[in-house]
Design a protein around this ligand. Structure first.
Ligand SMILES: [Zn+2]
Length: 299
């Protein structure tokens, strides 16, 4: 049984890029006759807000996208993340990292630094274990690995050059994103992960973490980002591209859904529709791989 998921962080509104990912993940699960779950990734400290998560769920419902099970909030799952850390420590895979943010910036000479992605160079690998109240990193195995993207095809990545040993537990006492996402995908039995291309470079690292925890590998599909009409990153403009802001300019949820469905290759023209009407036409083989530009009239 296919089980897909959409996992936003409740730190702002869902803009067109987020909504497109939500719809694609829903369509992929529905087209396979499977289930679709929503998970709130709210372990990232004070920027996460309960009310923003509720607003996101309302926007998803307005598009006809509702979780087939209870919405999981990661802040309620800390015991599972702690258990995963204990297991990784027992397997000798964790080491404490004493690097400050400044240390890491000075060390970063990486080819990917311009993307904001700075691989950790393993500076603390030889550091002795003291206790769980430290920043903790996963010791990755050496070498590149192959994985398959349902949209982009076969991929080969060396996690060492993309992320380096990932941080799993932060000095401020928070569990890190990579740990929470991998543990939850495993616990929820997720079989396919559909998300934005900005997360493609961390996929091999997350697969290595799955392997370390003995979890199965889901299928992956990474969607091109939604960009401004001139092809530039949306940045702050994304805030004006949520359902509420678009409705204030006379664009209905059904029209947004039609545009999203068209952008995924389900419709010949962007025209108002309901989510169910898109299921039959959805096919990864026909979905565009590249970036998608917001309509001029909406930007
Ligand atoms: Zn370090």
């Amino acid at each position: 049984m296919t089980i897909g998921r959409f996992a936003p962080s409740p730190t702002g509104i869902l803009h067109l890029g987020n909504l497109r990912t939500a719809l694609a993940s829903w369509l992929s699960a529905r087209a396979a006759g499977g289930r679709w779950l929503v998970r709130m990734e709210d372990v990232d400290g004070p920027r996460c807000r309960w009310d923003l998560g509720e607003a996101q769920l309302r926007d998803l419902a307005a598009l006809g996208l509702e979780s087939d099970g209870p919405v999981v909030w990661q802040s309620g799952r800390l015991a599972d993340y702690q258990a995963a850390l204990v297991a990784l420590h027992a397997a000798g895979r964790l080491y404490p990292c004493a690097c400050t943010r400044k240390d890491l910036q000075l060390l970063a000479s990486a080819p990917h630094a311009e993307d904001g992605l700075r691989p950790y160079p393993g500076r603390c690998r030889g550091r002795a274990w003291e206790r769980f109240e430290q920043a903790l990193r996963l010791r990755l195995p050496e070498g590149a690995m192959a994985w398959e993207d349902r949209l982009l095809g076969p991929q080969t990545d060396d996690p060492a050059t993309l992320t380096g040993d990932p941080l799993l537990f932060r000095r401020d006492g928070c569990f890190a994103y990579h740990l929470a996402v991998v543990v939850d995908d495993g616990a929820q039995g997720i079989t396919e992960v559909v998300r934005g291309a900005d997360l493609r470079p961390v996929t091999a690292t997350q697969i290595r973490l799955q392997e370390a925890l003995g979890l199965p590998r889901p299928d992956y599909a990474h969607l091109g980002l939604v960009v401004a009409p001139d092809g530039s990153r949306l940045g702050k403009r994304a805030g004006g591209l949520g359902l509420e802001a678009l409705a204030a300019r006379g664009v209905s949820s059904a029209e947004v859904l039609g545009w999203l469905g068209w952008s995924l290759g389900c419709l010949e023209r962007p025209e108002a529709c309901r989510s169910e009407e898109l299921i039959q036409a959805f096919d990864w083989a026909g979905a565009p791989k590249g970036e998608v530009r917001v309509p001029e009239a909406w930007a």
